[in-house]
Design a protein around this ligand. Structure first.
Ligand SMILES: [Zn+2]
Length: 401
């Protein structure tokens, strides 16, 4: 069994040890030491990184009571010097102890117990066994910070299960080994194997960044210490851009953003109404034009051919639907944008095979498309051939009319 130096001293970053065994883990070399200060992933806290001799430690996992150090290169058996990445260790101490404080604060403020914990690369989450509201979150956050700023001593002790239960600690049934307890003096007492600071002050600040409903309770995301500083800086950069884009001071930002959205919705509604009227007018204009050139008013079905610049396939379709509804006709519509769009339609009862006409035309444009019955649409990558494709389709319709 590897002796775990981090359990006694969570500030120990350098140590001498012996490589007892060389193994492999997930295709990488790995070693077991007689003693280690590297924390293996467990209890929601990620592993430490650092170096063993010349090798980088890329992962640390528990295996059969031993601590397995996964390396970027093999290491021979014998003595070795270990160095733990101090910045990462400090970040984990801050987040993990901040979690203890915040969890206990939620017990005090909302009688909400923590049933899940995950220390992530950017944020840390706890899962509470009940839903909490915004005021309770603010109150728990304030309480956790108050305890952090009181710089209460944090201590670790190892006691028997009976002693732990005597101290009011909930030890799960079936546990018979000694229990490691982490205490924030006068505030929180938890069984925990993680790395913790000497006092609550090292947590710095606890900042809740998000809360969402999760499995009947609440998942609370937060950051502590150094990560809280980063989170605030990131948000400041976002807010600086928003205040500039929306030309509003920070205090009025939300109102200005809301008004901008409302104005946009109103504009979109108005634009939709205007577009409908414009398409109706365009449909009548095209039909007049087609009747003038192809057939006397009210006689043969018209053939309407039109090409536009920059229209969407959706706009073409709406126009085609207006056309075939207004008067018996075959509508052959196209648009040149980055690609070419085509929409073909005919008034119900007319005899043309619209999908076949369309397939032929989009084939000419180097693309694909389809449809059924009286409406078909598609597109191709050669918009420069659009007029030609439309003219060919019109010829095919005239030949059958
Ligand atoms: Zn813990």
């Amino acid at each position: 069994m590897t002796e775990r130096l981090h359990l006694r001293d969570s500030y120990l970053l350098e140590f001498d040890a012996r490589v007892l065994a060389c193994r492999a883990h997930g295709g990488s070399p790995a070693v077991v030491l007689d003693r280690t200060a590297f924390y293996p992933e467990s209890g929601g806290q990620p592993w430490d990184t650092g170096t063993l001799g010349e090798a980088s430690v890329v992962a640390v996992v528990e295996q059969d009571g031993n601590v397995l150090h996964v390396l970027d290169r093999p290491l021979a058996e014998g003595p070795v010097r270990g160095r733990v990445d101090g910045a990462r260790r400090r970040a984990h101490r801050q987040q993990h102890h901040g979690q203890h404080l915040l969890s206990q604060a939620f017990v005090e403020v909302a009688a909400a117990r923590t049933v899940g914990f995950h220390l992530g690369a950017e944020t840390t989450t706890i899962d509470l066994d009940r839903t909490v509201n915004a005021e309770q979150i603010d109150a728990a956050e304030a309480r956790a910070n108050e305890v952090a700023w009181e710089a209460r001593p944090v201590s670790v002790k190892v006691v028997s299960v009976d002693e732990a239960r005597g101290l009011g600690v909930a030890v799960p049934e079936g546990v018979d080994e000694d229990v490691r307890l982490v205490e924030a003096e006068g505030f929180d007492l938890q069984p925990c194997g993680g790395t913790h600071p000497r006092t609550t002050a090292e947590v710095g600040v606890v900042v809740v960044t998000a809360a969402e409903r999760y499995k009947g309770g609440t998942r609370v995301s937060f950051v502590c210490g150094h990560r809280a500083l980063h989170a605030v800086t990131r948000r400041r950069h976002v807010l600086d851009r928003l205040t500039s884009v929306l030309s509003s001071p920070l205090e009025g930002l939300a109102d200005v953003a809301q008004k901008t959205r409302d104005d946009l919705s109103a504009s979109e509604r108005r634009a939709r109404g205007l577009l409908e009227r414009a398409l109706e007018g365009e449909a009548r204009r095209l039909l007049d034009l087609a009747r003038g050139t192809t057939a006397p008013r009210g006689a043969e079905p018209s053939i309407v051919v039109a090409a536009y610049d920059g229209w969407s396939a959706n706009e073409l379709r709406v126009l085609a639907q207006r056309l075939v509804a207004l008067s018996p006709c075959v509508a052959l519509l196209g648009s040149r944008a980055e690609k070419a769009h085509l929409v073909f339609a005919q008034t119900e009862g007319l005899p043309h095979d619209v999908p076949a006409l369309l397939r032929e035309a989009v084939g000419h444009l180097g693309g694909r498309g389809g449809g059924r019955g009286d409406l078909a649409q598609g597109g191709g990558d050669r918009p420069e051939l659009l007029d030609e494709a439309l003219e060919r389709a019109a010829d095919a319709v005239r030949a059958r009319s």
